[in-house]
Design a protein around this ligand. Structure first.
Ligand code: L34
Length: 289
């Protein structure tokens, strides 16, 4: 058996077309959706994600305003840039790309983002609203995972979902979204403290790998026919590759292909969906304003 690949790039493209026409509509009403972008330092992965986000904005007709700031910036001055975006009426959404340099208090920076512009869904106010199912911005990667599953037609009602990874960005919010009545899955949340990870994974109808560990999930850990969503984007050294590295997920792709029913590739799976959900939230914010 060979799994059906879930083409995240194609699904993302399709949604971006929908977003593009919403933006065109807003523009006729004199509203130009705008995203304020803050990138601190020059981490190559962050630079590439932020560049991809800005390019996607441009293609959709969303304006972007960016600050690329030095890695040794002080917390106070970084907060100044966030506050300026909070007050700028052209900016409907604010993205502070993570991770921030170690000397910066990440929590303080996130908390400074105005909740009504928090299109990443990271502020305490947004996370609380999400938990209580009040109107809010859903975090981009978890929302992208759900949208991908929905558009693929995989049944979530009554499904046993096993999530491997407990980050604030992915694992924690995703577990929470899957248990909503409208999705109705049963969730097991595994992490680095889980004993016998394989025995949990093996029982998953939907398995989401978001631990950031290359090839953590091997074929023997996957139930025959399961839907496997690989959120990991890991750069591993590869001297034969042009860039000196290649991207791998948290799932052993070729092994999983033999057992899973559905599988997302890396690249071209969840990554493009994350970017698309950011555009969606920004347009949503603009249409509220
Ligand atoms: N504030 N920080 C904030 N918001 C986010 O939503 C993120 N995240 C994560 C890291 N920090 C963040 C992202 O944007 C991860 N992430 C992200 C976004 C896009 C892609 C991967 C991670 C992506 O497009 N990946 C491509 C491959 C890109 C490449 O070639 O390097 C893919 O096809 O998977």
């Amino acid at each position: 058996m060979s799994a059906t690949l879930i083409d995240g790039k194609a699904v993302a493209e399709q949604i971006r077309e929908e977003i593009k026409s919403r933006v065109a509509q807003l523009r006729t009403q004199g509203v130009v959706p705008g995203l304020g972008v803050i990138l601190v330092g020059e981490d190559p992965a962050s630079v590439s994600y932020v560049t991809a986000k800005e390019k996607a904005c441009e293609e959709a007709g969303i304006a972007s305003f960016e600050h690329r700031l030095p890695a040794d910036i002080s917390l106070e001055s970084l907060l100044g840039y966030v506050r300026a975006f909070n007050e700028d009426p052209r900016v409907h959404g604010i993205l502070v790309q993570l991770p921030l340099p170690r000397h910066i208090d990440e929590k303080a920076v996130i908390a400074a983002i105005a909740p009504e512009k928090d299109v990443d869904g990271f502020t305490p106010v947004n996370v609380g609203r999400m938990l209580l199912e009040e109107p809010c911005f859903l975090p981009c990667t978890p929302n992208g995972v759900l949208e991908l599953i929905k558009r693929t037609g995989v049944k979530t009602d009554g499904a046993h979902v096993v999530i491997v990874g407990r980050s604030n960005i992915v694992g924690k919010p995703l577990a929470n979204l899957f248990i909503r009545k409208s999705i109705n899955s049963t969730v097991t949340l595994c992490h680095t403290g889980t004993h016998d990870l394989a025995s949990y994974c093996k029982r998953a109808d939907i398995l989401v790998a978001c631990a950031g560990k290359p090839r953590l999930i091997t074929a023997d850990m996957i139930k025959e026919g399961a839907c496997v969503i690989d959120v990991g984007v890991n750069r591993v050294a590869d001297p034969t590759a042009k860039k000196g590295y290649r991207l791998v997920g948290d799932v052993d792709f070729s092994g999983a292909l033999e057992v899973a029913g559905f599988l997302t590739p890396v690249p071209g799976g969840v990554g493009p969906m994350t970017i698309t959900m950011l555009l969606q939230n920004t347009v949503e914010s603009a249409s509220r304003a």
